[in-house]
Design a protein around this ligand. Structure first.
Ligand code: NAP
Length: 247
């Protein structure tokens, strides 16, 4: 297993893509710090990982709160001794047309998706610098590359994550730390369940591979970027979208 001896911190690990990422990294031998707000859902994922002989621990934290991020990262490092791999996956949407969008909803999405990723990176980076090895993987979105009507806040946050990824890749490269992004297309999770059947079938017509993505499609890309095999890749955004957008 390629991630034996490594510790991964995954945000939004309580369900959907983050849960699949946590399970995939644990399968590769990493010990996984599972982070999100819903402790009971995290505990279910922990049990699932342990049932497959993996190692995991839960850390209830809110990525919209700097204090919570600091406390959660500190607790994870105290528990496992370090963090080698950070996956900034926690994310929210608050969709509406720009003309109607409230400032609070614009800022909440930026705060959770973009600022949270930045603050969590700050909170764990010294652990990676000490080890002179690290992986930061930011889960952005196809929408951060294309834009989307009704998603000005979400698309701005996800485009921001791509700029953040490239800047951090430059800053930390000399320390043996790579920073990459994964940009999912349409993945079947609770986040996309809210779309109408008409919206979903409209999206399907734009996917050359003619199927929606699954959480494991994204997890496989993350597991690769976390591995030593991906050691010469940094500042990259990996599209996992069935051909929906070819950058
Ligand atoms: P999801 O099922 O809604 O899961 C979102 C996760 O983020 C949950 O585990 C949630 O846990 C966590 N989260 C939300 N706000 C948080 C906060 N303030 N603090 C800590 N954790 C928080 O969504 P998903 O589809 O798996 O999405 C995961 C990531 O992929 C997101 O960044 C999303 O933007 C991105 N993405 C998804 C798609 C898609 O088609 N599904 C496409 C492109 C990109 P708690 O509620 O327990 O905190």
């Amino acid at each position: 297993m390629s991630l034996e001896e490594k510790v991964a911190l995954v945000t939004g690990a309580s369900q959907g893509i983050g849960r699949a990422i946590a399970i995939a990294l644990a399968k590769q031998g990493a010990s996984v710090a599972l982070a999100a707000r819903n402790e009971s859902k995290l505990t279910e994922v922990k049990s699932e990982i342990e049932a497959a002989d993996g190692t995991a621990a839960t850390f209830a934290l809110d990525v919209a709160s700097e204090d919570s991020i600091k406390a959660g990262a500190k607790a994870a490092i105290a528990h496992f001794g370090k963090v080698d791999i950070l996956v900034n996956n926690a994310g929210i949407t608050k969709d509406t047309l720009a003309l109607r969008m409230k400032l609070a909803d614009f800022e909440a999405v930026l705060r959770t998706n973009l600022t949270g990723s930045f603050l969590l990176t700050q909170a764990v980076i010294s652990s990676m610098m000490k080890a002179r090895w690290g992986r930061i993987i930011n889960i952005t979105s196809v929408v951060g590359e294309t834009g989307a009507a009704g998603q000005a806040n979400y698309a701005a946050s996800k485009a921001g994550m791509i700029g953040l990824t490239k800047s951090l890749a430059r800053e930390f490269a000399s320390r043996g730390i790579t920073v990459n992004a994964v940009a999912p297309g349409f993945i079947q999770t609770a986040m996309t369940d809210v779309l109408t059947d008409e919206q979903k079938s409209g999206i399907l017509t734009q996917i050359p591979l003619a199927r929606y993505g699954s959480d494991t499609d994204i997890a496989a890309a993350v597991a690769f970027l976390a591995s030593d095999d991906a050691g010469y890749i940094t500042g990259h955004t990996l599209d996992v979208n069935g051909g929906m957008y070819m950058g």
